[in-house]
Design a protein around this ligand. Structure first.
Ligand code: C2E
Ligand code: MG
Ligand code: MG
Length: 722
């Protein structure tokens, strides 16, 4: 019988999925038994022998593969030759799993499932490696049910292919790759799927369009291919593992079989990447403690919202909400309780707001509500009052009940500003006003607040100009010996020759300069000028100490250190006659490196004074940890020496103990001076002797003193370094 005819008969009888062949029993006997014509035939009969002979005579290799055990259980003669096996027993004893790659094993499992699920049949180019010799075959295979019910595979190898090595390798790659490759005709009907693509198809023959979760993604892909001949896009796809994100590369091509135009897709699963991206975006945009949108979210989303609102004439209100005395609650109940309170607030605020707006946490105990579709100021007031009212309801944290009130600052779009930065800034200014107003209330940004800000902005602008146009000047206030009235030194105090407002004292501008960071440049200028002055005075015969105020901001900057260390080289000053005045705030807010910085300055000869001592909240004993040479006692203590001198006495004894020189500030009366003399304070500053004066006047004071007592003037004491 002709091979093809015999095979047709054979297949007709042993239809895959239904045929029962024995697992490990001699398969050819079973095969014969299962064919309807031979079922009744005695295995030892001539007919049976003929049938077996026919199968063996076929040029087509046929074998049965037990997927579960990775073994061939039956093979005809052609198959034995393909597998380079001496006998069926030898072939059946081979464990195919030893050389099998993971991808092939997975694919076989997938085929097994496909055979179980449907009447599947595939043809693929396979390269097998009998005795390590690569042999490439066209293999058609179908499901095959063993006696014990398990699903195996009936393989039929067609003519051995004689492809080029490139051809062989490319078809192997197509078979093994995890990239899903599929070919569709122009109507979207699948023509070919490689194993990876087939493994994920939820149902056979699914049209391209039906694979997309969103039809628009399919339409977009097709239109891009129409326009550009190909495209790359990611889309959500229906697969046998559920909905997955695929990155799809599509190319127009021609089907090699029909010659008609077709679409070649290669797809990779990027679900994990998408999920990671989504998670990262969520984390970047949301506050981890409360789950509310965070400042980042506000900054990225609100500008667009403003644009849309502006285009349709919608009005918005921005409410910055700050919990009153949250710090005290946090300190009293602990951080965990503070966090718990914030979580409860983050639940309460959206509950009150509902659909009226969006709630975000800006940081710390500061929240933002963006109210949309605002129709009137009354509506805003009513909403704020409702918020304040609702926060009268107690919170329960850690079994303890308490009330946490809030203050609200409001700015309106577009009235107060058209960009987010301005709106938040103005809401913040209004919040500050609400706090000043006694808290537990709200304040809307208004004209007088706007004027205040404008003044501030003008001041900032003028300050920058002042530095460029050299409008700053240093005045000097004498530091005087309490007993001899000799000038021991001078404190450099900044003045601003304002072009319209006249001579300004630092109280009018230092804070603004601090806020905009300009104090660093200004402070450096002061330091340099004061050092130049010290050098000049010394050369003129006045070897006195010049003290310079250093702001906390300057200490935070990286430039101060090098600026101080290079001061002598730059100006010719004598570091032993320069004293740096720092505040308690500087000591308190800086990290531990300040001790090293101050020690280095002291080693170089500079004096270190604590300015306005007693106004900070530091405890007296901490001073001993710092290399301090003088304590400048704040004038508020001096003003009270007549009535309450207990603290002054304490400070004086502390100075003695720590070997630090006390300097009294703001001495205005003879009584105060007498008290200082009595209690051993050797140095003072104050209007009693002289206010801060222009450098020329300061020289005049020195000269006059020099003329009065020339011999003493030669012995100005340098400050002691303890
Ligand atoms: P300060 O360093 O404590 O300077 C002493 C201030 O007290 C000076 O005010 C001085 O004029 C004033 N004063 C002196 N004696 C008396 C007195 O008997 N009675 C009264 N009521 N006041 C007296 P000024 O010059 O207005 O400076 C104020 C503050 O500005 C300074 O306080 C200092 O903290 C800061 N400052 C001044 N110049 C600079 C500077 O160049 N850099 C930095 N960072 N701050 C400076
Ligand atoms: Mg000072
Ligand atoms: Mg002071």
């Amino acid at each position: 019988m002709h091979d093809a005819a015999l095979l047709r008969r054979f297949r007709g009888r042993c239809s895959p999925g239904k045929t029962k062949w024995p697992g490990h029993a001699p398969a050819r006997v079973a095969c014969v038994r299962e064919t309807s014509e031979l079922q009744t035939v005695d295995p030892n009969s001539a007919l049976h022998k003929v049938a077996v002979q026919h199968l063996d005579e076929l040029n087509t290799a046929l074998w049965v593969f037990d997927i579960d055990h990775s073994k061939v259980t039956w093979a005809n003669k052609a198959a034995l030759s393909v597998w380079n096996a001496d006998s069926l027993a030898e072939l059946a004893s081979r464990d195919m799993s030893t050389d099998m790659s993971v991808s092939v094993a997975q694919r076989l499992k997938q085929y097994q499932e496909d055979f179980i699920a449907s009447d599947a049949a595939f043809t693929e180019v396979w390269t097998i490696y009998p005795q390590n010799v690569p042999t490439t075959l066209d293999v058609a295979y179908k499901g095959f049910r063993f006696d014990d019910g398990r699903m195996g595979m009936l393989c039929e190898a067609r003519a051995q292919r004689t492809d080029t090595p490139e051809g062989l390798r490319s078809s192997e790659a197509l078979l093994h790759t995890s990239v899903m490759i599929s070919l569709y005709d122009a109507g979207g009907t699948p023509l070919y799927r490689n194993p990876a693509a087939r493994a994920l198809q939820p149902e056979r023959g699914l049209q391209l369009k039906d694979r997309f979760v969103n039809e628009s993604d399919h339409d977009k892909l097709i239109s891009q291919v129409d326009l550009h001949g190909g495209c790359r896009q990611s889309a959500r796809i229906q697969t046998s593992k559920g909905i997955r994100w695929h990155e799809i590369t599509a190319r127009e091509c021609t089907d090699a079989v029909t010659g008609k135009s077709a679409l070649l897709l290669s797809e990779t699963d990027i679900t994990d990447l998408k999920e990671a991206e989504h998670r990262a975006r969520y984390l970047a945009d949301h506050d981890t403690l409360t789950g509310l949108p965070n400042r980042n979210y506000v900054q990225s989303k609100i500008p667009k919202k403003l644009e849309v609102a502006g285009s349709i004439g919608e009005k918005l209100a921005f409410l910055i909400i700050d919990l009153d005395r949250f710090k005290a609650i946090n300190d009293a109940l602990g951080h965990a309780a503070g966090d718990e309170l914030l979580i409860q607030v983050a639940t309460r605020l959206p509950a009150i707001t509902g659909d009226a707006g969006m709630v975000a946490r800006l940081g710390g105990d500061e929240f933002l509500i963006c109210l949309q579709d605002v129709r009137s100021r009354e509506q805003i007031d009513a909403f704020c009052e409702k918020l304040v009212e609702e926060f009268r309801t107690r919170f329960t944290v850690d079994g303890r009940e308490f009330v946490s009130t809030l203050s609200i600052g409001v700015s309106q779009f577009p009235e107060d500003g058209e960009d987010l930065h301005t709106l938040l800034k103005y809401a913040d200014v209004a919040l500050y006003e609400a706090k000043e107003d006694g808290r537990n209330t709200h304040c809307c940004f208004n004209i007088s607040l706007r004027n205040k800000i404008e003044e501030q902005l003008t001041l900032e602008r003028d300050l920058r100009a002042a530095l460029e146009q050299e409008q700053f000047e240093l005045f000097y206030q004498p530091r005087v010996d309490t007993f001899t009235n000799q000038i021991l030194g001078g404190e450099a105090l900044l003045r601003w020759n304002h072009p319209t407002r006249g001579l300004l004292a630092p109280g009018c501008f230092i804070e603004a300069a601090e806020q905009i960071g300009l104090i660093i440049e200004i402070g450096d200028w002061v330091l340099t000028q004061a050092a130049i002055e010290q050098h000049a005075l010394e050369r003129e015969g006045f070897p006195i100490t010049v003290s310079v105020n250093i702001s906390p901001k300057q200490f935070e900057s990286s430039t101060l250190f090098t600026s101080v260390l290079s001061l002598a080289d730059r100006t010719g000053c004598n570091p032993k006659r320069i004293e740096l005045e720092i505040t308690e705030t500087t000591l308190m807010s800086s990290d531990s490196s300040i001790i090293e910085t101050l020690s280095t300055f002291k080693e170089r000869g500079f004096g270190i004074a604590i300015d306005d001592f007693g106004t900070g909240y530091s405890n007296l004993a901490y001073i001993q940890h710092y290399p301090v040479t003088s304590l400048k006692i704040d004038r508020s203590f001096i003003a009270n020496v007549g009535t309450n001198h207990a603290v002054m006495k304490l400070i004086m004894s502390l100075c003695r103990l720590l070997k630090v020189k006390p300097v009294a500030e703001g001495v205005e009366t003879e009584e105060q001076l007498a008290w200082l003399q009595q209690h051993g304070c050797r140095e003072f500053q104050g209007f009693l002797y002289s206010p801060a004066v222009h450098r020329n006047q300061f020289r005049d004071l020195l000269k006059r003193q020099h003329e009065k007592a020339p011999s003493e003037a030669m012995h100005y004491p340098m400050f002691s370094t303890g």
